[in-house]
Design a protein around this ligand. Structure first.
Ligand code: ME8
Length: 511
């Protein structure tokens, strides 16, 4: 990995049904970090895609009367379209049915065999098709004669078949050492503790192949077995960089991954199995796994089976993608579960976007248009309230990079929206409209500072609402090459004379 490069991934989605709000949430979080790092002048590689093998997909294809690959071709396209609808800035979209991925999985498997970490035996135990996960007996409950995982609530079935195993048990101590050495490998810390406790309680060897169905990557030199879908899927993070060609520029530039964004339900796979496979294959593990919480409706995880779905496409069509992106990032607390509803979405649009940021931009732009012929020139004669606003803004921006580096998006957004609130208040208190006849210099200084604040806020909100913030930065005529966070650190980063263009209404208030 080159310094100043940043490799970020979303989970690759099961194309077993329609994309839902949880998918939108995971993807947007990753997109915000990708855009933020680009704005910090990092060279970013952002990956998303679809996870197409395994029993879950084979069953979904059958239900739809299609061959698995034809089914995946169809639904993967839906996810690709969805990523455009979310305005993701991904550099690649990987499908695990692609040749480059087969090559990577084959190579990784062979490395694990060579290192002595894979052996043949028989699996006897519980399996959840919906989670594509094995569960221990103490993780199972019975309800109405059926068995369910206590962890995810999904139904499990008893499986007994010949299987290859990965010697996960022998990696227990090395994993604990790895977590200790890499303090922030798993964030938030509460998730890290969960993982460390689980590993400390003892790891059993992991079944990494199946023989009772065929839809997957065949175990090299053994056609009877397909590779366990999680070993297959996790490898996508390598295949997108053209692994096993470790001389490839992408691999050299971007491995190890900087950040895997995932939901808390798939933490075990990313924070235990994945580093264990990589350590065994002598490949450096990623730097960070961030496990976000669930999107809830009421107290429950939003899911089709529970019928409590807010459909992201419908919401985007009705309210707009920028609105949905902002709402999800602001509303769901750092790493925790978050309750979402149409009512709180509308409140958030009105309070933060229409009344706060949108109103600030609109009122300052229209005042400058109507009273200053679209031009503002400032002097060095700052008032105490100008200085106070500049100081308050400095204070609020001080921790922003730290928040982003710890994936603490809500604190970041809260600080930025506070800057917008303070700027609105400053304009209210300073009443530039009263100064037109009495003190033009002061009026211009107030407007100039307000426009600088708007530029700053727009640049900071850019990763979250890229389209709207770009409209504002365009209307401020800021050179595209200067639109980065380094530029913001300069004193007087806008010219003494600012020329503005027309700015359309940014956010409509919902009544
Ligand atoms: O897990 N709230 O795919 P997936 C928040 N293929 N996040 C949610 C959610 C909800 N209600 N429901 C799902 C997979 N997610 C695997 C990933 S990566 C090598 C393989 C999140 O389509 C979930 O936590 O079931 C996960 O991060 C992502 O959506 C994809 O889920």
């Amino acid at each position: 990995m080159k310094k100043d490069n940043f490799y970020i991934t979303t989970p690759i989605y099961y194309p077993s049904g329609e994309p839902h709000m949880g998918h939108a949430y995971s993807s947007i979080i990753a997109d915000v970090f990708a855009r933020y790092k680009r704005n910090c002048n990092y060279n970013v590689f952002f990956l998303t895609g679809t996870d197409e093998h395994g029993l879950k997909i084979q069953k979904a294809a059958k239900k739809n009367g299609l061959e698995p690959l034809a089914f995946c071709d169809k639904i993967s396209k839906v996810f690709k379209e969805f990523s455009k609808k979310l305005n993701l800035s991904n550099n690649d979209f990987i499908r695990t049915t692609e040749k480059r991925h087969y090559l990577a999985v084959n190579d990784l498997w062979k490395k694990l065999v060579k290192s002595g970490d894979i052996y043949l035996s028989k699996y006897k135990g519980w399996y959840s098709v919906s989670d594509e996960a094995y569960y221990n007996t103490d993780e199972i409950v019975e309800k109405n004669g059926k068995k369910f995982s206590t962890f995810s609530g999904s139904q499990v079935e008893w499986v007994e078949e010949e299987s290859f195993f990965f010697k996960l048990s022998s990696w227990q101590e090395k994993l604990l050492q790895f977590y200790e050495k890499n303090e922030k490998f798993i964030l938030p810390i509460s998730r890290k503790n969960e993982v460390v406790n689980f590993v400390k309680s003892g790891l059993k060897d992991l079944s990494v192949s199946r023989t009772s169905f065929s839809w997957g990557i065949k175990v090299p030199d053994n056609n009877k077995h397909v590779i366990y879908v999680w070993l297959d899927a996790l490898t996508n993070y390598l295949s997108a960089l053209n692994y096993p060609n470790i001389k490839d520029k992408l691999y050299n530039d971007f491995w190890p991954a900087s950040l895997h964004v995932i939901g808390k339900d798939i933490l075990r796979f990313h924070a235990i199995y994945w580093p264990a496979f990589l350590l065994a294959a002598q490949i450096e593990p990623p730097n960070r796994v961030f496990g976000h919480g669930w999107i809830l409706s009421g107290d429950e995880k939003m899911s089709k089976s529970k019928g409590n779905i807010l459909n992201p496409i419908e919401i985007i069509d009705k309210y707009g993608i920028e609105e949905l992106r902002y709402y999800l990032m602001k509303e769901v607390s750092h790493g925790s579960d978050g309750n979402i509803s149409l009512k709180s979405l509308e409140n958030c649009i009105n309070s933060d976007l229409a009344n706060n940021y949108g109103n600030l931009c609109q009122r300052v732009f229209s005042f400058v248009r109507n009273n200053c012929d679209n031009k503002v020139v400032n002097s060095d004669n700052l008032s105490d309230s100008d200085k106070k606003l500049i100081e308050q803004t400095k204070f609020l921006t001080k921790n922003l990079d730290g928040f982003m580096n710890d994936q603490n998006l809500n604190s970041y957004i809260k600080s930025v929206i506070d800057i917008s609130f303070l700027t609105n208040k400053y304009v209210n208190d300073e009443e530039p409209w009263k100064l037109k006849k009495t003190n033009i210099e002061k009026m211009n200084n107030i407007l100039h500072l307000a426009l600088e604040q708007i530029a700053k806020i727009s640049m900071l909100l850019n990763p979250i609402i890229p389209k709207t913030s770009t409209k504002v930065l365009d209307a401020l005529n800021i050179d595209k090459n200067l639109r980065n966070l380094k530029f913001l650190e300069r004193k007087n980063f806008l010219n003494k004379k600012i020329n503005i263009n027309e700015l359309e209404i940014l956010f409509k208030k919902i009544n």
